[in-house]
Design a protein around this ligand. Structure first.
Ligand code: FMN
Length: 319
């Protein structure tokens, strides 16, 4: 599988389920990946954790992201991911949340490049499908270990490394330091490097590619409520900026297309998850409303969205 020259939807816990991933694929995301799933959880309770691994053929290529700190567990869980038919497995080495790092997983692995290598090697040997890893720049400012970690990962046979260049202590504050992505690509020119962090608007993906030399771009928060961003960015990458600067694009599609997509999103959420799906849909609706006049009043109405009828009424009135 080739991870170069792609726009990739980032794993986003609580957001990038199968429905949302398909909407992004339809709108130009080249590769999608599940939210993070605990390797241990998947082995102990495959039915419960397996819910996060539901996917549809239309999503391909689709990867599953695992987190864990035990090479044996990751290897076994990666085998299970391959058995379920995923195209690749991604290992989370960047999650900053204490619940994850406290158990030695996620960004905690960045403090121990050798462990990163052991985990990667175990997964590569077991999975039989490509294995990728997603890292941050380090666990703290003084400990920016991404170069040492990447060295271990690539020598273990990892197919691509995604770098989100914030360290763990930054959580999502400040700005992503793209110079680290450039440094990573310079250090491993023959390997596939995926840049991630703060690609938000037209112009950003092309700028990340040209400033850092990375092979592909991963987009997270900017896709929330805006799966169309992939179509905009694809066009921008395909059509380089002329002498007058980047080509201006409308931030949204025409209202009819937007409304139709939102209705389909909510209807599928209801079909799949019933009432709970409608509740989940409220947060997507809040994101979809960003930047539209009257959004604050619209958001105040969201608690009323409880079933498909109220959903259709609220969406029809606002979008
Ligand atoms: C709500 C939310 C959930 C996230 N969940 C995950 C996750 O499950 N796995 C992961 O590797 N990163 C996760 N991230 C980090 C994103 O994948 C991404 O690295 C980060 O948001 C920076 O990219 P962006 O600036 O394009 O959003 C999450 C981020 C947010 C905001």
């Amino acid at each position: 599988m080739d991870f170069r020259g792609k726009l990739i939807l980032a794993p986003l816990a609580g957001v990038t389920d199968t429905t949302f991933r398909r909407l992004c694929r339809e709108n130009g995301a080249d590769i999608v990946v599940t939210e993070m799933v605990s390797a241990k959880g998947l082995l102990c309770d495959p039915v419960r954790s397996g819910r996060y691994l539901a996917y549809e053929e239309a999503e391909r290529p689709v990867g599953a992201q695992l987190f864990g700190a035990d090479p044996g567990e990751i290897a076994e869980a990666a085998t299970e991911v391959a058995r379920r038919g995923f195209d690749f497995v991604d290992i989370n080495m960047g999650c900053p949340v204490r619940k994850v790092t406290g158990g030695g997983s996620g960004a905690a692995i960045l403090s121990n490049p050798r462990l990163a290598g052991e985990i990667a090697r175990a997964a590569v040997r077991a999975a039989g499908i490509p294995v990728t890893a997603k890292i941050r720049s380090g666990f703290g400012t003084e400990k920016e270990t991404y170069l040492a970690v990447a060295e271990e990962l690539f020598s273990a046979g990892i197919a691509a490394v995604t770098l989100h260049p914030r360290h763990r202590g930054q959580m999502f504050e400040g700005t992503a330091d793209w110079t680290h992505i450039a440094a990573l690509k310079r250090a491993f020119p023959g390997e596939t490097i995926i840049g991630n962090g703060d690609v938000r608007a037209p112009g950003d993906a092309a700028r990340m590619l040209s400033e850092t030399g990375c092979d592909s771009v991963m987009i997270g928060r900017a896709a929330m409520g805006n799966p169309w961003i992939f179509a905009l960015l694809t066009r921008e990458i395909a059509l380089p900026a002329g002498p007058a600067g980047p080509i201006p694009f409308a931030p949204f599609p025409i209202p009819e297309a937007r409304r139709a997509l939102i209705l389909r999103h909510g209807e599928e959420m209801f079909l799949r998850h019933g009432e709970h799906g409608m509740k989940e849909m409220r947060k997507h609706l809040a994101w979809y409303s960003r930047g539209i006049p009257g959004a604050a009043a619209f958001r105040a109405e969201l608690p009323k969205v409880a079933d498909p009828d109220s959903f259709r009424t609220v969406v029809g009135r606002f979008f």
